[in-house]
Ligand binder design. Structure first.
Ligand SMILES: [Fe+2]
Length: 196
């Protein structure tokens, strides 16, 4: 799917341009190396959710930010008709507005546009003033922020990577995110079974 490939190319360039440090670099190099082999794409129609009303606002913020996200934002805009947005359960300190206030879309991975079990790359979009549940997972995870928003790891204080910022969640660490007055849009990348 050319629109998906354009997003992946722009994502890779954005990460490399950031020189985000050894943990993220090692993890994302591993992910993009695995993507040299590609799987077929699902051609089912896209699906939107209420939180998708914030998609354009979030993308326009990323385009206008002085941190080199315009190409990635444009590629995401072109891919949007194919995205199938879903929700995750509300649990573990999620805000009361979480169900209606968030949407996730998997680009690559189990249940992704491109179905594969070695890599997981997806999007999270949150309405203003929404808190994502605390969660953890065995694979490590790298985030690229296309918007403002705060993150928390373990019991450490909330912190703000800033638009264009990145963060790394080590394997199994408890983590969460929350939006402020602006929508939150982030891309997450996890190596599931790809070679180290
Ligand atoms: Fe996570």
């Amino acid at each position: 799917m050319p629109a998906l490939q354009a997003v992946l190319d722009a994502l890779r360039e954005a990460i490399e341009a950031r020189a985000p440090g050894p943990a993220i670099e090692k993890s994302t190099v591993r992910i993009f190396r695995a993507l040299a082999e590609r799987a077929a794409c699902d051609t089912a129609p896209g699906q939107r959710l209420p939180a998708c009303q914030y998609w354009n606002e979030a993308l326009n913020h990323a385009r206008a930010a002085p941190c080199g996200l315009r190409v990635l934002a444009d590629a995401l805009h072109a891919l949007e008709p194919a995205l199938r947005w879903v929700t995750r359960p509300s649990e573990n300190h999620a805000s009361a507005n979480f169900d209606q206030g968030h949407a996730n879309a998997v680009l690559l991975g189990p249940n992704g546009l491109e179905r594969r079990d070695d890599v997981w790359i997806g999007l999270s979009l949150m309405a203003p003033l929404v808190r994502y549940p605390d969660h953890s997972h065995p694979p490590e995870e790298s985030y690229l922020l296309l918007s403002p928003g705060q993150f928390r790891q373990g019991d450490a204080p909330w912190f703000e990577p800033g638009t264009g910022g990145m963060l790394f969640n080590p394997p199994a660490i408890r983590h969460a995110m929350r939006s402020g007055p602006k929508p939150l849009l982030a891309i997450w990348c996890l190596p599931l079974r790809c070679a180290a």
